[in-house]
Design a protein around this ligand. Structure first.
Ligand code: ADP
Ligand code: ASP
Ligand code: MG
Length: 412
């Protein structure tokens, strides 16, 4: 009997009416002869509300208590979905993260270590639909641990891999993965297929349609993954290991992503000598702050250099205090910060073999007078940092320049 995991995001779970329509979809899959596990998110907006409550209660909330609070949204939707299914005559029961998902790492951003699948196997054998709260697991110390924002996608993929499901379907509020966020570019085009590698990069640079860890895990496990809408019967997007012959005609750029979650830090006139960059980065790494784009350039003939890099916006003040401490070691330098920046990235397997694509990106932005504050590149991605108020324009002009716009009348 095919075994499937269906994951429903916050918009699909927002209110009893929508939960009923999710239940109807689940019932259909169960009646079609599948063993069904459902992973749910909290109702849309609920996790934000809980995060805000934590901030109000304590500016520096204990991460373990933060997890106790923010994990609660998924508990509510799991119970509600299980009882709605029962009400429709479907055998169903809910579980809690601590019964199934072992997690490790920091609270608030924990990683899945292991799925304890025995309880799930038992429930499936009894013909039950298993309803599982996403975003949560149990840490080594026996406390609830959450998996980072958007983490229900990762819960779904981890559970699908752990219980050897035949596929994992992610139901969300758009009908697939688009060439860019359709909320920014209404003429974005739905992709029928995208490679794991491209999806990993797109998610990594801000396309929140899938949490980046879920894509990495599905890729390692070779798990068939799809993104679909919960509101219609449309085909969605398949995430595949490689594009087939027929798909090769697809644009060299798969998509464009934008991310407002970064802040820029610049240290000017620091000594141009070995060890300076290490002295800056060391304390940031110790504080657990992830540094993303890095630009380091010496000023010719002056013995000094400028260092620009980005950190998650939420970590800016923590980064600044870590840097204040290391300024003494570095010797000199002025510190500037800017949190009104955004990162815009083009992603596609075509970049690997065509260096002109990066040049085209820079020229397109230059034509519109958009200034680049930093640039970084990997094999299949080029990212630029721009002023936040130019982000949407940058995405739109690149989308057009790379031929990604849907023909008029065919928009999302
Ligand atoms: P869920 O609550 O179902 O997990 P999310 O809000 O986390 O949903 O992710 C879906 C959203 O991702 C969409 O509403 C869309 O605005 C955004 N998004 C960003 N980039 C893309 C993209 N390339 N394709 C589709 N959606 C995207
Ligand atoms: N509810 C959590 C969040 O909003 C997890 C998720 O929905 O994926 O981040
Ligand atoms: Mg999400």
């Amino acid at each position: 009997m095919p075994r499937i995991v269906m994951k429903f995001g916050g918009t699909s779970m927002a209110g009893i009416e929508r939960i009923r329509s999710v239940a109807a979809r689940v019932k259909r899959e169960a009646e079609a002869g599948n063993e069904v596990l459902v992973v749910v998110s909290a109702m849309a907006g609920e996790t934000d509300r809980l995060v805000q409550l934590c901030k109000e209660a304590s500016a520096l909330a204990d991460p373990k208590e933060y997890d106790v609070v923010v994990a609660s949204g998924e508990q509510v939707t799991s119970g509600l979905l299980a009882m709605t299914l029962q009400n429709m005559g479907v055998k169903a029961r809910s579980f809690m993260g601590w019964q199934l998902v072992r997690a490790s790492g920091v609270h608030g951003n924990a990683r899945v270590e292991k799925i304890e699948g025995a309880l799930l196997d038992e429930a499936l054998k009894e013909g039950m639909v298993a309803v599982i709260p996403g975003f949560q697991g149990v840490s080594d110390d026996g406390r609830v641990a959450t998996l980072g924002r958007g983490g229900s996608d990762t819960s779904a993929v981890a559970i699908a891999a752990g219980i050897k499901a035949d596929r994992c379907d992610i139901y969300t509020d758009v009908d697939g993965v688009y060439t860019t966020d359709p909320r920014i570019v209404p003429r974005a085009r739905k992709l029928t297929k995208i490679t794991f590698e491209e999806m990993l990069e797109l998610a990594g640079v801000g396309a929140k349609v899938l949490q980046v860890r879920s894509v990495g895990l599905a890729m390692r496990e070779n798990l068939p993954l799809r993104v679909l809408t919960a509101f219609d019967d449309l085909p969605g997007t398949e995430i595949v290991p490689e594009l087939g012959e027929d798909d090769m005609e697809r644009n060299a750029i798969a998509g464009i992503a934008a991310d407002r979650n970064e802040a820029r830090i610049t240290l000017t006139r620091i000594p141009d000598q070995p060890g300076t960059v290490a002295a800056v980065m060391g304390p940031l790494a110790e504080a657990g702050i992830q540094v993303d784009m890095i630009v380091h350039a010496a000023t010719a003939g002056e013995g000094s250099s400028d260092l620009t890099f980005t950190v998650p916006r939420a970590s800016l003040s923590q980064a600044v205090s870590a840097l204040e401490k290391s300024r003494a070691t570095i010797g000199g330098g002025e510190l500037h910060t800017d949190d009104a920046v955004a990162k815009v990235s083009i992603v596609g397997v075509g970049i690997r073999s065509n260096p002109e694509l990066a040049a085209k990106m820079f020229a397109t932005l230059a034509e519109r007078g958009i200034n680049l504050l930093a640039v970084s590149a990997s094999e299949i991605k080029v990212s630029v940092l721009v002023a936040e108020d130019e982000m949407e324009l940058a995405v739109r002009v690149l989308h057009t320049a790379f031929g990604l716009d849907a023909p008029q009348g065919e928009a999302a």
